[in-house]
Design a protein around this ligand. Sequence first.
Ligand code: GRG
Length: 335
Amino acid sequence: MTSVVNSAEEKKLFTTETLRNTEVAQRNTSRVDQATIPVFQTDAREFLASCRALIDSQLDRLIPKESAEPTRVHAAIRWSLFAGGKRLRPALLLATGQTFGANPNDLIRAACALEMIHTYSLIHDDLPSMDNDELRRGRPTCHVKFDEATAILAGDALQTIAFQTIAEDGHLSPQLRVQLISEIARAAGTPQGMVAGQAHDLDAESRDVTKEELERIHHRKTGALIRAAARCGGMIARGDDRELEAITEYSTNLGLLFQITDDLLDVTATAEDLGKTPGKDARSRKATYPALYGIAATHTQLVAVHRAACNALESIGQPTQLLRSIADLIRERQA
Ligand code: GRG
């Protein structure tokens, strides 16, 4: 990772062809091996808490230190990345990977990469030209704390470090690394991923959208990355087609569940609970479930989507209690 090339010794490593692809990856890998990986907890709350600690410590190793040039960009990345996010996407990758029997050490760097992509999307989403928000994860947004150009660069860098992290993951075969990069790029980009969803969402502001359109926006803007998290866990575990299909169905519904609760929380929660400004959806006339269906019908949808996520787990032979508990947690979340 970038931190690997800061010292003279490390620069030498980087210029040596064979070492670049093996030794650097192994050094990063052995750092990861020292981590305590939560193995087979069944309660999502406990699992998420241990994942948070693990992911935070590994992200700290993967992201350049604030003291490294360009210090302002690194400070901005760290400001947003270490602001207390729930780490849901990496936890989901770890959970599905473990469900299908992956070695936890094979999962951790891809899990960190997903959190980097997610944080980049939040930094860019908060920019004045997008959602223009001043509060995120309970603190001033990146462009408010630093400046707009720095926030754009911090998001850009997080995205490239994410793909670099997987490309250099010495635990995984080159073929699997390419598959994971492709999966995440599709989920984060366009036409089926998060960028496409965000563009559609911006385009839909202040105009009426159909129910189908709303679902398509949510599937792409929020759902695609959540689905990729679950699928990457299954892919690293070498799940078969049938298992990946079940996990795709589960996580597609989980993504929708997550967005429906997000829409509801925007109406019902406080800034303190959320760590971001509530009520913004209504103010900017955003396409949301409560706006289109009303709060009571949105709750009904919530129950149906939660059930669909759990039903998808029925065909999986491995114990799925943790995945079920994650769906419960998302349904009940207050932040
Ligand atoms: C800028 C390309 C680009 C995409 C932005 C993520 C996103 C797309 C927009 C964010 C708008 C939003 C609030 C969507 C609702 C779902 C969502 C991503 C919520 C934030 O995720 P959490 O709750 O956040 O997992 P933490 O801070 O816990 O990581």
